[in-house]
Design a protein around this ligand. Sequence first.
Ligand SMILES: C[S@@+](CC[C@H](N)C(=O)[O-])C[C@H]1O[C@@H](n2cnc3c(N)ncnc32)[C@H](O)[C@@H]1O
Length: 237
Amino acid sequence: MKKGKLYGIGVGPGDSGLMTVKAVRLVKEADLIITPKTEKKEGSVAWNIAAPYIPETAEVLPMVFPMVTDPSVLKAQWKENAALIAEKLDEGKNVVFLTLGDPMLYSTYMYIFHAFEGSGYDIETIPGIPTFLAIASYLNMPVAEWEETAVILPATADPEKIDKVLSVADHAVIMKVYKSWPFIQKMLRKHGMIHSSVMISRAGLPDEIVLRDLDQVPADYKPNYLSTILARRDRES
Ligand SMILES: C[S@@+](CC[C@H](N)C(=O)[O-])C[C@H]1O[C@@H](n2cnc3c(N)ncnc32)[C@H](O)[C@@H]1O
């Protein structure tokens, strides 16, 4: 039997209208749709975005990707998830794996992508609008212009590296802010970025929060998991 094909699809930042025409077509045609669950309480954000295009008859399989740091727990779960997908592909099913934003940027799809890389299975990745670029448009805040430099960094990266990078970049996109807010606030103050940077949580979703002048945000503030900071230097007065 001919094996099915695996599609990793970026569903964009939150607004269903920002999914690409190709992503919508593949969702409509899929035999099986996999929706990663990263936030256990509320189900899959990626599923909610793609929901208007998922046919009632489609088989939908929620797949848990635990948010833990223990490598043995993570690896065991990824292996189990990849094995289940391989089973469906072997049955000849075309499988769509939905992922938030773009699949090639810090995404849940990366675990599956690496598991299937070089495996002989047919895989295609369909880009989506990365959240930080959608946010830049929502906030009317260009990410970079002319010869400016812009860096993308996860707030979970090595603190020394974050310090170094922020000392040279004109702009920064800081992702995964949720657990590292006090440190990031300190860094933005140190590098003269605290007043002009903006933090946006759950952009494009009904409960979106936009915080400006991050000097005023308490150090013990707990940003939502889906929070990004667009950082830029304060103008010299
Ligand atoms: C696992 S990464 C997924 C990134 C995604 N692949 C992309 O292209 O944007 C999760 C991080 O993306 C950012 N993010 C995703 N959705 C967001 C949203 N709706 N609002 C703000 N930040 C978001 C946050 O920084 C969050 O911690």
